[in-house]
Write a protein that binds this ligand. Sequence first.
Ligand SMILES: NC(=O)c1ccc[n+]([C@@H]2O[C@H](COP(=O)([O-])OP(=O)(O)OC[C@H]3O[C@@H](n4cnc5c(N)ncnc54)[C@H](OP(=O)(O)O)[C@@H]3O)[C@@H](O)[C@H]2O)c1
Length: 329
Amino acid sequence: MKVAVIGATGMVGDVMLKVLAERNFPLTELLLVASERSVGKKMTFKGNEYTVIGLADAVAARPNIAIFSAGGDTSLKWAPKFAEVGTTVVDNSSAWRMDPTKKLVVPEINAHELTAEDKIIANPNCSTIQLVMALHPLHKKYKMKRVVVSTYQSVSGTGVKAVKQLENEIAGVQGEMAYPYPIGRNALPHCDVFLENGYTKEEMKLAREPQKILDDRTFSVSATAVRIPTAGGHSESVNVEFENDFELNEVRKLLNEMPGVTVQDNPDTNTYPMPIYAHDKDEVFVGRIRRDETQRNTLNMWIVADNLRKGAATNAVQISEYLVEKGLV
Ligand SMILES: NC(=O)c1ccc[n+]([C@@H]2O[C@H](COP(=O)([O-])OP(=O)(O)OC[C@H]3O[C@@H](n4cnc5c(N)ncnc54)[C@H](OP(=O)(O)O)[C@@H]3O)[C@@H](O)[C@H]2O)c1
């Protein structure tokens, strides 16, 4: 199993290598790929040294799987070139997610849709993944009508440049800005670019991707995405209106039974999910589970996950594992 990691020098790439090593992914050859700026750079994986190569050399090597985390433009240009030589691409960017000919996959929910013909597979947006992991078991049981989500997203979700901006601000050093404003001691209601409808692209990803993953257009999602000065881990305040009524104990049970979800919910002991504790974990944590007392059949909850893990690398590696297990690559 020859695997190429595209964007190996980035924030997601770094965690991707960690997750591949931890899970002992059955690879026999590893290609570390980045931009021309990084070609020749040395990196280590499981104690062995590797030299970073460029995209053209990686295509020529015809890997079985190429996991892309190198931005949408790189994916749009290069994923089809890999697919042409028979490589299956698992893409972390937003390039292919809403393409009707491409699958958008969270393995615990819809990996069964994958076939050997799927040569470009999209990994959902980080804030979408943690949202649908919690919504899926509840939707199956109570049928969602409408979801209102507000996110509190970490700077690591923007990439290395944003992490550096926060570090510079804390150290009182002038440096390159990833955001139009300071992020330290601030909250920016602005994740990704603004669109003509007044929403940001991140907000529209949250509105559209869950319908595709859950294969249901009958519910709607309204989102506000906010960047806050946490280093890693995205949090979400979520209000869900269902067709049918629910019992809170059953909601907790359904969430706990969902593979990859852990309930942390006990006000008596101040137990609730927080980004510092979700750091470096693969699970999606759910807490503050309570009835919305202002509206029928409506639930409030708080969802936290490590955006670089389940929100990106872990999900992509799980997709790759499924492809290997099912003999689809
Ligand atoms: N951060 C998150 O939480 C998160 C979550 C889900 C998905 N994603 C997606 O994952 C991707 C990477 O995000 P990131 O946060 O890791 O960004 P990052 O830290 O800025 O890293 C970007 C990576 O892409 C490489 N790259 C950039 N331009 C390239 C080109 N023209 N050809 C080949 N490689 C190129 C960079 O290589 P050099 O080092 O050589 O520049 C680097 O390895 C993005 O598409 C992002 O939307 C991120």
